[in-house]
Design a protein around this ligand. Structure first.
Ligand code: URA
Length: 229
């Protein structure tokens, strides 16, 4: 297929806008700017418009049950990555929406839709994220109250937003937060004098990890789940 046709089909730009984008040099094939709209392209090439990856087929959205020992990164020299677990999918353009630590298990969203990824993870949008937290020490009433009110994390200028916390057992709680600061849950519990020994993400917004999706398994999101973000 010609490059100009590919861009029009995959981006929704008009023919005139495609011409302009080509002229501006913001269309790249495999990281090289290309200005000739007649260039023949194929699905294996990485074609971008102003840095945004373009694809003919619609965007893709997945939910993965991340096991321990898997990193949320595009590449890693020590551990398998969350993307490695999507072995049946073409990984080009896929990004993790909201990373988990290597020892955290649970729900990970993966997509090649940059705007959707932003909505799922941006603190400004503030999607709720619910974690099952196991601690080394019983969670006291005072700690519950501090966590719910919003704790001050080391190295942060502002206190965390108020959280929702329910104690399920003496050292097990469900915590819902709407930010996504680095190691936030572990740092929140450390700030109140406790220690997280196991962490599992159950949901982001209205998307909840299926109980029958085993660790390491993934599936495509449903239309309803996609539209909920
Ligand atoms: N908070 C953490 O501390 N770790 C995670 O993996 C996710 C949230």
């Amino acid at each position: 297929m010609r490059l100009d046709k590919f861009i029009a089909h995959s981006s929704g730009l008009s023919r005139k806008e495609v011409k302009r984008a080509l002229h501006q040099g913001i269309i790249c094939i495999d990281n090289q700017p290309v200005k000739n709209g007649g260039t023949l392209v194929n699905e294996q090439q990485h074609i971008t418009l102003d840095g945004q990856h373009l694809q003919l087929s619609g965007p893709r959205y997945f939910i993965l049950h991340k096991p321990q020992g898997v990193v949320c990164a595009n590449q890693d020299s020590s551990y398998p990555t969350a993307l490695d677990l999507l072995s049946d999918e073409k990984q080009d353009g896929l990004q993790i929406a909201g990373r988990l630590d290597v020892d955290t298990t649970g729900l990970v969203l993966i997509t090649d839709d940059g705007q959707w990824n932003h909505r799922a993870t941006s603190p400004k949008v503030g999607k709720n994220k619910t974690y099952r937290v196991t601690t080394s020490e019983p969670i006291s009433d005072a700690q519950m109250a501090e966590l719910a009110a919003g704790v001050q994390l080391k190295g942060e200028s502002k206190v965390c937003r108020a959280a929702d916390i329910t104690r399920l057992e003496s050292s097990l709680a469900l915590l819902t937060i709407s930010e996504g600061k680095y190691h936030q849950v572990k740092r929140m519990f450390a700030a109140v004098g406790n220690h997280v020994v196991a962490l599992h993400r159950q949901s982001i917004g209205d998307i909840t990890l299926d109980t029958d999706l085993a660790e390491g398994q993934y599936r495509a999101l449903t239309e309803r789940e996609i539209n909920s973000i």
